[in-house]
Design a protein around this ligand. Structure first.
Ligand code: SAM
Ligand code: SF4
Ligand code: SF4
Length: 363
């Protein structure tokens, strides 16, 4: 995959939002705000663009086949570089770091990275397809990981295999979830991307399976990320419909958000069966409270999941400017941020080429 065309030099972030001398002199502390007065709170770090699944809405086989060029290993940020960047983000106010990918557990010795990141004053989580979780849960916990989110698009083996498109059996992911819970990576969150007509028949069976389990099941509206997943609006099942379907069988009541800007809408079973969530990225955009920034595997910063370009932090890092140069570069990118893609999405904006693939930028 070529990356140069989509890299916006850090200098152009400065051009887009020319900071005054005074702004640059400001102490870069916790109240760093973007152009829409949003602070930077969550950092997602992609540690690989590779994956052993080919989920139909993320890495369709027709595109991610044997001819697809993944990033050469030497282009990836080293663990040391990731930790340096993460520590600067923590200084700038980031409170949560999520490790993602591609499939993050494919990155060799990932627990060594976790161990370093766990020293920062942040909540540390990881999103995984669960295929390697049974093997790695203990090492991840010992390294200091707080929680995991596991993607699971069906409980029926045939549906699950069709969604991951590599014939991966659901039982092994369920074993991974059980292992994570057993070592205390809890509460485990389970993410199901709902694609109408493909796996929406799994909503009730999944709800049934995870009621009273202590795990938090969340349904996500399928999004038009990247350019290869052939997204169509009519494949989005609105979260309101998901809630209505579950409520009919197992009555639900709304729960207050844990904090302002929480992405998932929270619900609980009236009979005490636990909590579920919905992430309505398409039908109820939450850009106005979006505090997320993403660091790609090769060190590009993305201020939106739907960005068409990143900012080259690796170059800043490798020029040897020290942490102060990193702080200024990151602050300039965040201060210039004006993204609100989901608020202005239309069938037309969903089409243009050039959007970054989810497997590259990190979910
Ligand atoms: N491989 C890991 C996994 O699947 O959990 C981590 C990376 S994956 C890109 C992160 C999350 O993005 C997953 O929960 C996945 O279901 C979600 N995702 C990927 N493509 C999506 C899409 N088109 N719409 C909504 N969610 C998507
Ligand atoms: Fe891989 Fe995760 Fe994308 Fe599925 S959603 S293809 S598991 S990166
Ligand atoms: Fe945040 Fe961009 Fe998603 Fe809006 S579309 S919530 S700005 S990542």
């Amino acid at each position: 995959m070529k990356t140069d065309a989509r890299v916006i030099p850090i200098a152009s972030a400065l051009d887009a939002a020319p900071p005054t001398g005074d702004e640059l002199a400001l102490p870069l502390s916790g109240d760093l705000l973007d152009r829409r007065q949003r602070r930077v709170r969550d950092l997602r770090i992609s540690v690989t663009d590779r994956c052993n699944f080919r989920c139909v809405y993320c890495m369709p086989k027709s595109v991610f086949d044997q001819n697809y060029t993944f990033l050469p290993r030497k282009q990836l940020l080293s663990f040391e570089e990731i930790v340096r960047i993460a520590s600067v983000f923590a200084d700038l106010g980031v409170e949560k770091i999520r490790i993602t990918g591609g499939e993050p557990l494919l990155r060799r010795h990932i627990e060594n990275l976790i161990e370093q990141l766990a020293k920062l004053p942040v909540e540390l989580t990881l999103t995984t397809n669960g295929s390697l979780l049974a093997k790695k849960a203990r090492a991840l916990k010992d390294a200091g990981l707080d929680r995991v989110t596991v993607s699971l698009d069906g409980i029926d083996d045939a549906v699950f295999k069709r969604m991951n498109d590599v014939d991966y059996p659901v039982g092994e992911v369920l074993d991974g979830i059980a292992a994570a819970a057993a070592v205390g990576l809890a509460p485990v969150k389970i993410n199901c991307v709902v694609k109408r007509g493909s796996n929406d028949d799994q909503i009730l069976p999944l709800a049934c399976h995870f009621r009273h389990s202590g795990h938090i099941l969340r349904f996500i509206e399928v999004m038009d990320v990247g350019t290869s997943n052939g997204w169509r609006m009519d494949e989005v099942l609105p979260s309101a419909d998901v809630i209505a379907r579950i409520n009919e069988e197992f009555p639900l009541e709304a729960v207050d958000a844990n904090y302002a800007g929480e992405v998932a809408g929270r619900w609980r079973y009236r009979d005490g069966g636990g909590e579920i969530g919905v992430i309505s990225s398409v039908t109820q955009a939450f850009c106005s409270s979006c505090t997320r920034i993403r660091l790609s595997t090769e060190g590009q910063l993305y201020t939106c999941l739907f960005a068409q370009g990143g900012h080259d932090l690796r170059a800043t890092l490798r020029k040897g400017g020290g942490n102060e140069a990193l702080r200024r570069a990151i602050a300039a990118v965040w201060r210039g941020r004006d993204d609100r893609y989901s608020e202005i999405r239309t069938a037309a904006t969903a089409l243009p080429a050039g959007k970054i693939e989810m497997s590259y930028i990190g979910g």
